[in-house]
Design a protein around this ligand. Structure first.
Ligand SMILES: Cc1ncc(COP(=O)(O)O)c(C=O)c1O
Length: 516
């Protein structure tokens, strides 16, 4: 496939156009060695398709970037919890970050061995969930309140099982991301303010079945400003010093997840979605003064996006787009910038680093295939009505999130060599391909049921197949049965092989739990 796709890689090494027969101007989107048209014909649409190679490559990139310090990658199960994905990650040596008893059950089913690398996060763990985690022998509980600490202590005493704990601190740092996925500010429900956390550690140390082991922090998701991570870790490191002086044996620092990915054209607009940034920064300053904690390390200036940081740090970051592995090289560079930010404050601290990435591992590794049901024009506005809907992929409706959409089969109108064939950009559109401005919407009875608005797309016909990109994280997991629509099937591609890892739901599946 490499030769056919060398200049047409969309999300290398996973998704690329290829398969053109000689003399034909049509190229088809593939996932690794498998044609997406073929998958859609075999399994129907809407269909989630994931690339195993890309997921493995991203785990490796994390491993390389953080090799200088003892660390454990605890993949955040919430991003994509399908067994096939979890099994792949367990086989790649990952541990897991879970936020419910259900997620822990999933991990237990794919790998009993991985449970010793499980951290349990979340603000509302129940006694039953704690009991399951204690009996399973997880690595660490990340506690978020005094009440939760008391309940864990009582549960652990009852079971006579020791629980290793960290307190998730709220560092009051702005993540400069969408407000719904920003978690590290004083007004958020997450974590414990650093000045109050000290007393919690003192309380934990007195409990016979609790063992103080670490400090944890997670400031949000889809974060593209690596300086926010550095600032948060620096505050936590300050706090670790205080805790060690108090006599606590702090061995772990859990840096959470949150590293953002590039969703395409609109990254800056996504970042701008957080209109509260200035107010947040003011609050950060005020609370720093109050808590008398200051960042020890100079941070990357506020507002520097990951791409801008990368361009400064790695001027040639995008120079090799014509290479099949180009985007993966870019990810290695992104990860290097992230690692630099996280590791700088940790130097000399003798801590074992826990990382909880979700989106940056699986996000770009998934596409959602959907067929155009109808073309429609209301007044002069054009719509493509597709067979996927907000119940299959909620992110555009929930966050106004941008996802690039491309036709799976592409045919150029040109007779000579296309601009695409001579470009190095890997861009999806040749200027020689006919385009239109259209909305891409689902069949659900909500105006909010859309995937794209006023988007310039290559002209496609009813029955054509589209791929919505970068849906590997927070895609299938957020799907629902709204409008009594069955959840989509999911397929994992590995080289030339494709395996259904979740069959399409039936209407009967949905009705089974109900009393008729
Ligand atoms: C505690 C915790 N850890 C890890 C993650 C994973 O974040 P991401 O998918 O952005 O890497 C989340 C998600 O918000 C989270 O709440």
């Amino acid at each position: 496939m490499k030769s056919a796709c060398a200049s047409q890689a969309l999300r290398p090494p996973a998704f690329a156009y290829g398969g053109a027969t000689s003399g034909s101007r049509a190229t088809e989107l593939h996932c690794e060695g498998v044609s997406l048209e073929t998958l859609a014909a075999r399994h129907g649409t809407p269909l989630y398709v994931y690339s195993a190679a890309m997921i493995r490559a991203r785990v490796d990139a994390y491993r390389q970037a953080f090799h200088s310090i003892p660390n454990t990658l605890c993949y955040s199960v919430k991003a994509n919890s399908t067994f096939g994905i979890l099994r792949l990650l367990a086989n790649a040596g990952a541990g897991f970050d879970v936020v419910s008893g259900g997620e822990l059950e999933r991990v237990l089913r794919v790998s009993r061995k991985a449970v010793s690398k499980v951290v349990f996060s979340g603000v509302g763990k129940t006694a039953a969930e704690m009991e399951l985690a204690l009996r399973s022998g997880i690595l660490l509980f990340n506690l978020e309140s005094a009440s939760e600490l008391n309940l864990l202590s009582a549960t652990a005493s009852r079971l006579k099982k020791r629980a290793a704990i960290a307190v998730r601190v709220n560092p009051d740092v702005s993540a400069k991301t969408h407000p719904y996925i920003s978690t590290g500010l004083h007004r958020h429900k997450f974590g414990v303010p650093i000045p109050e956390a000290r007393a919690l550690y003192a309380q934990a140390a007195k409990q016979p079945y609790l063992s103080v082991a670490g400090v944890s922090v997670h400031i949000g998701s889809q974060i593209t400003d690596v300086g926010s991570f550095q600032e948060a870790i620096a505050r936590v490191v300050d706090f670790v010093r205080v805790l060690r002086k108090d006599g606590h044996d702090i061995r772990y620092i859990d840096a959470g997840g949150g590293l953002g990915i590039s969703y395409g054209d609109n990254d800056e607009a996504d970042a701008d979605a957080n209109a509260n940034t200035d107010a947040d920064n003011a609050n950060v300053k005020e609370s720093l003064i109050k808590s008398q904690l200051s960042p020890v390390y100079p941070r990357v200036p506020c507002g520097l996006s990951l791409s801008r940081v990368l361009n400064q740090s790695f001027p040639n970051a995008n120079a090799d787009d014509d290479n099949d592995d180009g985007a993966q090289v870019d990810f290695a560079k992104q990860i290097a910038a992230y690692a630099k930010a996280v590791l700088a404050p940790l130097r000399g601290m003798n801590l074992h680093l826990l990382l909880e990435p979700g989106r940056s591992i699986v996000g770009p590794a998934g596409v959602l295939l959907t067929r155009v049901l109808y073309r429609k024009t209301n007044y002069r506005k054009r719509f493509l009505i597709v067979d996927a809907a907000m119940n299959d992929l909620l992110r555009p409706s929930l966050y106004g999130a941008y996802h690039e959409i491309v036709p799976v089969r592409r045919t150029s109108r040109a007779t000579g060599p296309t601009k695409l064939e001579s470009t190095k950009s890997g861009s999806i559109e040749s200027e020689l391909t006919e385009t239109e401005i259209t909305d891409v919407v689902g069949p659900i009875c909500e105006t909010g049921d859309f995937f794209a608005r006023d988007r310039k797309l290559p002209l496609v016909a009813e029955g054509d197949l589209l791929a919505i990109l970068d849906v590997g994280a927070y895609g299938a997991v957020l799907s629902s049965n709204y409008n009594t629509r069955p959840r989509a099937a999911e397929v994992l591609v590995d080289g030339a092989k494709a395996k259904v890892i979740r069959r399409r739901e039936t209407v009967e599946d949905q009705m089974r739990p109900e009393i008729q």
